[in-house]
Ligand binder design. Structure first.
Ligand code: ZN
Length: 372
C-alpha cells in the first residue's frame, strides 16, 4: 500500500512529538509536501550536499534528518552557496525533508535513550525536567458480556500504564439505557423501544501520544453502533521528559576501562577525557551532541562521568573542579546511533500498516573531524 508523507509525519510524531522540541528549534516537515506519496526514505543526521546527491541517485522521496536543514530564518536561497544548493537540489528532485531534532533528543527511545541502551545503563532517567507527558482518562460504557474483549483491546493498544505497572483499569457495573431511533441497527433491543442493559463503566489512563490509537482499537471491538465513551485530560503529571539520561552500570569499572567501552560502542578511534584513569565509575550520564551544558545536572544526579560531544576547554575545567569525569566522544558519534533505531521503528510501522516503503540509513555522511 502506498503511503503519504503525512502518514510518515504522524508516525514520527508518535515517536518524537514535535511539541517536545525546544522553543528555539525548527522541526517538522521543512521541505516538501505532506501530500507527497513516499516510496523511499533516507534517515540521516545532516542534509549535506553529498547526502542529497546520494538521495537523488537512490530515488529517495523523503529524508528524515536530525539536524534542521533550515535553522535560522533565511532571506535568500543562493544557489552559489552551500545551503541554497542543498535546498534547490532537494526541491528540483522533489525530495522532502522532515526534521526531528531536540524532540528526538528528549523523546523516550530517542538519541539519549539509545546511548543509555548502548552503555547498558539501569534505572535510567532524564537529566533535565523539560516537561511532563500529558495524561488522559478513557471511560467507555460496554455491555458486561463484552467488557473483557474491549478491555483487552484498550490495554493491547498501550493504555493502562502507570510506572512499572501495565493493564491498570477499573470497572463498575450499572444499568445503561438507550432508545434506538429510526435508521439505527442496534446490537441489542428493538427500534422504538427503550432498552435497559447491564453495562460496565470501564476506565483507564493513557498518554497523549496513544490516545487516537487506543480509541480506534476500542471502537473496533466494541459491539455498539454508537459507542458511549469519554476522553478527558487529567491534571496528573505523566512521564518525566527531558534531555540527557543518567543511569547505573551493571557493575562498576574504572574510567580507563569505561573509556575503552565508549570507543568500542560508538566506533571511534579516540576520545578526549577529563578525570583520573582509575576513578571508579558506577553512575553514567549521557547526552548526545553538545551536552556539556548538562554537567551540573549530571553532578547533581550523582553521575561519576558524563559522555557527550563538543566539550570546550572551560567546560572540561568545570568537570575537573566538580569531580565529575567527562568523555568527549564527538557530536557525530554520540548522535549517529539513533538513526538505526528510527529506521527500525519506521520499519515496524511499515510492516504493521503494510506500507510499501523502503527505509535506508545514510552511510554517506561522516564526522567532519578526524583523528590524526
Ligand atoms: Zn546534534
Amino acid at each position: 500500500m502506498s503511503v503519504k508523507c503525512q502518514v510518515i509525519i504522524e508516525a514520527m510524531d508518535k515517536m518524537a512529538p514535535r511539541s517536545l522540541a525546544e522553543d528555539w528549534d525548527n522541526v517538522g516537515l521543512l521541505v516538501g509536501s505532506s501530500a507527497q506519496t513516499i516510496h523511499k526514505i533516507l534517515i540521516t543526521l545532516d542534509v549535506t550536499k553529498e547526502v542529497v546527491e546520494q538521495a537523488i541517485k537512490d530515488d529517495i522521496d523523503l529524508i528524515i534528518a536530525h539536524h534542521p536543514v533550515i535553522f535560522k530564518s533565511i532571506s535568500a536561497i543562493r544557489t552559489d552557496l552551500p545551503q541554497g544548493q542543498v535546498l534547490s537540489a532537494l526541491i528540483k528532485a522533489n525530495i522532502g525533508v522532515y526534521v526531528a531534532h531536540t524532540n528526538l533528543d528528549i523523546a523516550s527511545g530517542g538519541v539519549n535513550d539509545v546511548l543509555a541502551d548502548l552503555f547498558q545503563l539501569c534505572d535510567v532517567r532524564p537529566l533535565t525536567d523539560n516537561s511532563r507527558g500529558k495524561l488522559y482518562k478513557l471511560v467507555v460504557f460496554v455491555p458486561e458480556t463484552h467488557r473483557e474483549i474491549v478491555a483487552d483491546a484498550i490495554m493491547t493498544a498501550g493504555a493502562g500504564h502507570t510506572g512499572n505497572y501495565s493493564h491498570c483499569s477499573f470497572a463498575t457495573n450499572g444499568i445503561g439505557t438507550f432508545l434506538p431511533l429510526n435508521g439505527s441497527k442496534p446490537f441489542l433491543g428493538d427500534v422504538g423501544k427503550l432498552e435497559r442493559v447491564q453495562e460496565s463503566r470501564l476506565e483507564t489512563i493513557m498518554s497523549e501520544k496513544i490516545c487516537k490509537v487506543v480509541v480506534k482499537a476500542m471502537l473496533k471491538v466494541h459491539p455498539y453502533e454508537e459507542v458511549a465513551y469519554d476522553v478527558y485530560p487529567l491534571m496528573n503529571s505523566g512521564e518525566k521528559l527531558g534531555l540527557g539520561r543518567v543511569g547505573k552500570l551493571a557493575s562498576p569499572i574504572v574510567l580507563a576501562e569505561f573509556v575503552k567501552q565508549v570507543k568500542q560502542v560508538l566506533g571511534v578511534s579516540a576520545v578526549s577525557v577529563v578525570g583520573e584513569q582509575n576513578k571508579l565509575i558506577k553512575k553514567v550520564a549521557v547526552c548526545g551532541g553538545a551536552g556539556a551544558g548538562l554537567l551540573h545536572k549530571a553532578a547533581f544526579a550523582g553521575a561519576d562521568v558524563l559522555v557527550t560531544g563538543d566539550v570546550k576547554y572551560h567546560e572540561g575545567q568545570d568537570a575537573a573542579a566538580l569531580g565529575v569525569a567527562m568523555i568527549d566522544a564527538g557530536h557525530f558519534a554520540t548522535e549517529q546511533p539513533v538513526l538505526s533505531y528510527v529506521a527500525e521503528y519506521l520499519s515496524k510501522c511499515a510492516d504493521k500498516a503494510k506500507w510499501s516503503v523502503e527505509i535506508k540509513v545514510d552511510d554517506i555522511n561522516q564526522d567532519v573531524f578526524w583523528n590524526y
